[in-house]
Design a protein around this ligand. Structure first.
Ligand SMILES: Nc1ncnc2c1ncn2[C@@H]1O[C@H](COP(=O)(O)OP(=O)(O)OP(=O)(O)O)[C@@H](O)[C@H]1O
Length: 351
């Protein structure tokens, strides 16, 4: 899977250092889920949470799971982690089938579920990192530099010797993430990692996730309702609804495939009669009065733009401004999941 969807934030942190991780010796996928299904309850109360899902994640990539509430994201992650037993299907982690060798398969895997993990609040930040490295079988002294860098990058260095209980909620969450990364796992699952963080902390965290993937070859599977996070951090987006995958591609490929090119035209000459004509001929999506005249948004895929221009010319309309609005990930999400736009807005607003 290529990294064609690099945002500015991604480019800031991108280095070629992890090419080996994605193309070199590690030939097995970091995660391979094959035909996995999981249902809860029985009879009339049966809920099919995950329905025949297959997914392969390459080492050193960041894959985002996006979907409305109840789509099956958490269940899929829990099945991948062996916390929930699937009804059917297989999970392989770096080539090891988790059914054959549970302990070995998960040796280099860690997770932060539901935006937090159980850090020890009486311990200091650094003690937590050392503790979680130890339970991963890593001598904390051997990863002290890594811990310093993590604390530094997540702006926690000056809190390193402070007990976690004395930190703000956002800081606690950053400690949770640092703890997940402290043991040097090669694959981490992060469920809503930026939930509840302020804008600056969320940005810091996104940057660090990108850096860890690009520079250190960390593989990240991340679930979030926040499309800004998904767009900034992920190489690839997997959209789920009703337990199934409805899209699986790079952000840029999803955006360019979206059939939602909208042209925005502003003119003082657009009157009610012309608006009626436009509405009856085209897909007029919004109309607004501005200081430069009336502003109209029209869906303009294919040759529609030419037809719109022709209609305006026939009415002697002088155009003040014209621009094309690019589709956003949210539009693709709405299109593929069948959600109402306001539902998607609520989701993307919850940083
Ligand atoms: N332990 C359980 N018992 C019964 N039903 C469950 C259980 N866990 C999940 N479900 C159901 O499975 C479906 C998928 O839930 P899941 O939590 O995986 O979705 P999700 O995409 O993570 O949703 P959200 O974005 O709200 O976290 C839902 O209908 C949910 O109610």
């Amino acid at each position: 899977m290529g990294r064609t969807a690099a945002t500015d934030e991604q480019r800031d942190t991108a280095t070629p250092a992890t090419e080996a991780a994605t193309t070199g010796s590690a030939t097995a996928p970091a995660l391979a889920i094959e035909s996995l299904s999981k249902q809860f309850g029985d009879g009339e109360n049966t809920v099919v949470a995950v329905d025949d899902v297959s997914l392969t994640v390459d080492p050193g990539t960041v894959v985002g799971l996006l979907g409305p509430n109840g789509a099956g994201k958490t269940t899929l992650i829990k099945c991948a982690l062996g916390i929930v037993l699937p009804d059917t299907g297989a999970v392989r982690v770096f080539g090891s089938d988790v059914a054959d060798s549970h302990q070995a398969a998960y040796a280099n895997v860690d997770a932060m579920l539901e935006g937090a993990r159980n850090d020890y609040w009486r311990l200091t930040v650094r003690e937590n990192l050392r503790y979680f490295a130890t339970i991963h079988g890593v001598d904390p002294a051997s990863v002290a530099t890594r811990h310093d860098r993590l604390l530094d990058r997540l702006n926690l260095a000056d809190k390193a010797d402070t007990p976690v209980r004395e930190l703000s909620r956002g800081m606690k969450q950053k400690v949770s993430l640092a703890s997940v990364l402290a043991g040097g796992a090669d694959l981490v699952f992060l469920d809503e990692p930026t939930l509840g963080l302020d804008v600056e902390s969320a940005r810091t965290l996104r940057r660090e996730l990108r850096r860890l993937a690009y520079e250190e070859g960390l593989t990240i599977v991340l679930s979030s309702h926040n499309m800004g996070v998904i767009e900034a951090v992920c190489d690839r987006v997997v959209m789920m609804t009703d337990g199934r995958i409805v899209a699986d591609n790079t952000v840029s490929a999803l955006l360019s495939a979206a059939d939602r090119n909208v042209v925005r035209i502003t003119s003082p000459d657009i009157d009610t009669a012309l608006l009626t004509t436009l509405r009856s001929t085209f897909d007029v999506q919004a109309v607004e009065s501005t200081s430069d005249g009336t502003r109209v948004d029209i869906a303009a895929g294919g040759d529609t733009l030419y037809a719109v221009m022709e209609t305006l010319r026939a009415d002697d309309v002088t155009i003040e401004t014209i621009q094309t609005l690019k589709p956003e990930l949210e539009d693709v999400f709405v299109e593929l999941t069948g959600l109402a736009p306001e539902q998607a807005e609520q989701r993307s607003g919850s940083l």
